[in-house]
Design a binder for this molecule. Structure first.
Ligand SMILES: [Zn+2]
Length: 763
């Protein structure tokens, strides 16, 4: 038999996680308040906004210095919606910004009294969103940094009266008999079974079903003075007395049960301090499954047959203690259990429609009745809704100031869409694609979700045709970039200048109407699965041709899913972009070479043709010949007839300004002299225009690209080998191509003759 003790010890270790629920006396509780005032003095709205603050870092503005920025920020919601979740939710940039504005409204702390309805089409992930939000809330509210206290009354049994007391003494007697009879175990078992939560050796506890903050038990009229004396004159005290978010502490009353119990005990003891001795505090423990603090209803959940809750044991104990005084009815509704917590409706349909109506009436009136008793509901109220259910709620519209809609449409930000594929299929999917192709898959999916016409975009870009080479005529591709927080480099200067804050607001506001049609989150995952399993191969990366083929076939089945010509535009944008990458990769190499060549030239003009010198700056050995000068002068586009006078002027400038003044006197490096800068600009300007010439005119260069990584590559001339090698390296380092991908993309550029296609456009 295997010894189990070690394995079982693990369970003991878990003991620490048992939710300790220490009950504090009121003075001990006040000590806690003094030590952690920010934590303990919070209502549910503050806890909610603190939760978001603690799990979502400040947003990032990629264009921080842009004076027209509208603070449309990148938020990382991973800790809120993804980490620790079985079914994560991905908030796109638009929704994340919307959510943050919604939370901002709580920070100010005005009284909410609203139902927040998250409104989105089928398959937009609404319920995943809400489940993750509630999970995070529950975790946070039960953690040390998120926890608060609630009232629990601890009352002494009146030994002269019957009721629970007599029942207890009966069990005690029975246990005593058993014990004397030698049946100790049975006796202990018996005592344990009879000892309820509410009976603690002469005392019994009465929890406040509404989870009131114990501070509310301090009579309203003395609260200001009380807190003034409780806290020292520090920053917190100043905030407490001035900030709107703390107003509730001075205005709110405890629940009816607490109020009437307080009154009854005051009548009995005739001493407020003695009453407060009965008030204790314990952590407010949230438990969605038990409906404590968080309650979630599905449309199919039937209403309770009896919506009023009792606790006969507590009631009997109360009756016994207050026998000669006022009667306190210990009854409450389900709403009490979520007071200071969250009440959520998953979909407004069937029974949830009635619940929403009821909620609406409650917040309109501020209270609701449980038999004769008034119960208040200060909770966060959330509901999810599908667009088609909105029509059922014509009544609700009349009270629209009590309802706030927050749109949660399909994902419109391609970065997030790609993250969803990675989450569902694994991060390794990237390795099967040429760079950008995976994102282009997401672009097609998002295009099905966007409205074709966009007023804001049309108003901004008068003639979309001018961008025909890298954007569709409906400007959907441009809009997608903006939704992702990116301002494309291909935009003309005048359009960037016209991209004012006002325009940005309008475009982002328009996003509220996008994402209500097209392929849902579920559809896109299904489609991606089909695409990926068809085309992912070991020996060939997924390219744009495969993407085009796949979606053209799909469009044949559903002709209206994409606007006409979208796939062609997407391909053009892709071609333009990869050509830029290839160009930059080739040019980047030249930059260093150009710099060295210019320095050598500046140095060489000081010597006669036919000599050999070591350049004092680059350390290179220079054979100063006509051909040497000529190479640089062609690059600078100097007319050969003018070459001698040009050389003389360079030498003059070098010996009068660059060397004696800028370098020797001012200590500048040669690359900072005005002569160098002038030559460099002249040279690069001409070169940028010609950088693609090897792709256009040099057959050897093109063949060398195809032979790269193969034995034949070594047969090409050294200069070509160097250029090709450098270009391949840059593609890998700067644009994250794999070795194979870098070669594939260069061959793609050659085979499709992209350099020719875009030759008119090269800047
Ligand atoms: Zn209460």
């Amino acid at each position: 038999m295997r010894d189990l003790s070690r394995a079982m010890e693990n369970l003991d270790r878990n003991k620490d996680q048992l939710r300790q629920s220490p009950i504090l006396s009121f003075p001990d509780f006040l000590q806690q308040v003094i030590e952690h005032p920010n934590r303990i003095i919070r209502n549910v709205y503050q806890v909610y906004s603190d939760l978001i603050d603690s799990l979502v870092d400040d947003g990032i503005d990629e264009y921080d210095n842009d004076p027209e920025s509208i603070r449309f920020l990148k938020y990382d919601c991973t800790r809120l919606f993804v980490e620790g979740s079985d079914r994560p939710f991905f908030a796109d940039r638009l929704f994340a910004n919307r959510l943050m504005r919604h939370v901002d409204s709580f920070k100010l702390g005005s009284k909410q009294n609203k139902i927040y309805i998250f409104d989105g089409p089928h398959g937009s992930g609404k319920s995943t969103f809400l489940n993750n939000l509630l999970r995070s809330f529950e975790n946070y509210a039960n953690s040390p940094e998120g926890s608060r206290y609630e009232v629990i009354w601890r009352l002494k049994h009146d030994h002269l009266v019957g009721g629970v007391h007599s029942l207890n003494s009966l069990t005690d007697k029975l246990a005593w008999v058993l014990e004397n009879d030698g049946k100790t175990e049975l006796a202990t078992e018996m005592k344990c079974a009879c000892k309820s939560d509410t009976d603690l050796g002469g005392y019994f506890d009465v929890p406040c079903p509404s989870h009131d903050n114990p501070l509310l038990l301090i009579p309203k009229e003395v609260r200001r003075k009380f807190f003034d004396d409780l806290f020292e004159d520090d920053v917190f005290k100043w905030q407490l007395f001035t900030e709107k978010k703390y107003e509730w502490l001075f205005h709110e009353e405890p629940c009816t049960i607490c109020v009437s119990l307080y009154q009854a005990l005051l009548q009995k003891f005739r001493d407020p301090q003695k009453v407060m001795e009965c008030v204790c505090a314990r952590p407010y423990v949230f438990n969605r499954r038990l409906g404590e603090g968080v309650s979630v209803f599905n449309p199919g959940d039937r209403p309770l047959r009896n919506p009023i809750m009792h606790n006969p044991i507590i009631q009997r104990s109360l009756d016994s203690v207050l026998a000669d005084g006022k009667h306190v009815s210990y009854l409450y509704s389900r709403y009490a259990k979520i007071n200071n917590g969250i009440y959520a409706l998953m979909d407004v349909k069937s029974h949830n429609t009635e619940r929403l109506m009821e909620l609406h009436n409650i917040i309109s009136d501020g209270v609701h009745k449980v038999e004769d008793i008034e119960e208040k509901v200060n909770s966060l109220l959330f509901a999810l809704m599908n667009p088609e259910d909105k029509t059922l709620l014509a009544d609700l519209r009349a009270f629209s100031d009590r309802v706030e809609y927050i749109n949660i449409p399909y994902v419109l930000d391609l970065q997030t869409e790609v993250d969803i594929y990675r989450e569902n299929f694994g991060k390794h999917i990237d390795e099967s694609f040429l760079p950008r192709v995976l994102h282009n898959f997401a672009r097609v999916i998002i295009a099905t979700r966007l409205r074709t016409k966009s007023e804001a975009m049309e108003e901004w870009i008068g003639e979309p045709e001018k961008y025909a080479m890298y954007c569709d005529t409906n400007l959907q591709l441009l809009k997608m970039e903006i939704f992702t927080g990116y301002i494309p480099k291909w935009l003309a200067e005048e359009d960037v200048a016209q991209f004012t804050a006002k325009r940005r607001h309008k475009i982002v506001a328009e996003s509220e109407s996008d994402g209500w049609k097209g392929l849902s989150g579920r559809d896109s995952i299904k489609l991606f699965n089909e695409f990926y399993s068809t085309y992912a191969r070991e020996d060939k990366l997924i390219d744009m041709a495969m993407l085009g083929k796949f979606f053209r076939k799909y469009c044949k089945q559903d002709r209206d899913i994409l606007p006409m010509g979208f796939l062609d535009s997407l391909l053009r944008m892709y071609n333009y972009t990869v050509l830029q990458e290839v160009k930059e990769s080739l040019y980047f190499y030249n930059e260093e070479q150009i710099s060295r060549d210019i320095i050598n030239y500046m140095f060489a003009v000081n010597f006669d043709v036919g000599t050999t010198e070591i350049c004092g700056f680059t350390g290179e050995r220079l054979d100063i010949t006509e051909a040497f000068f000529h190479r640089m002068e062609t690059r600078l586009q100097i007319d050969p007839k003018m070459s001698v006078s040009f050389r003389n002027s360079v030498q003059k400038s070098y010996t009068t300004t660059a060397l004696p003044q800028e370098m020797l006197r001012d200590g500048l490096p040669i690359t900072k002299t005005s002569l160098y800068i002038h030559l460099y600009e002249k040279c690069t300007h001409n070169l940028k225009e010609k950088v693609l010439e090897p792709f256009l005119k040099n057959e050897n260069f093109r063949r060398a690209v195809k032979d790269y990584n193969q034995e034949d590559f070594k047969t090409y001339d050294k200069k070509i080998q160097n250029d090709v090698h450098f270009m391949m390296e840059n593609l890998q380092h700067k644009y994250l191509y794999s070795r194979q991908g870098a070669k594939e993309i260069c061959i793609y550029v050659i085979d499709n003759n992209l350099a020719r296609q875009f030759s008119g456009l090269v800047e």
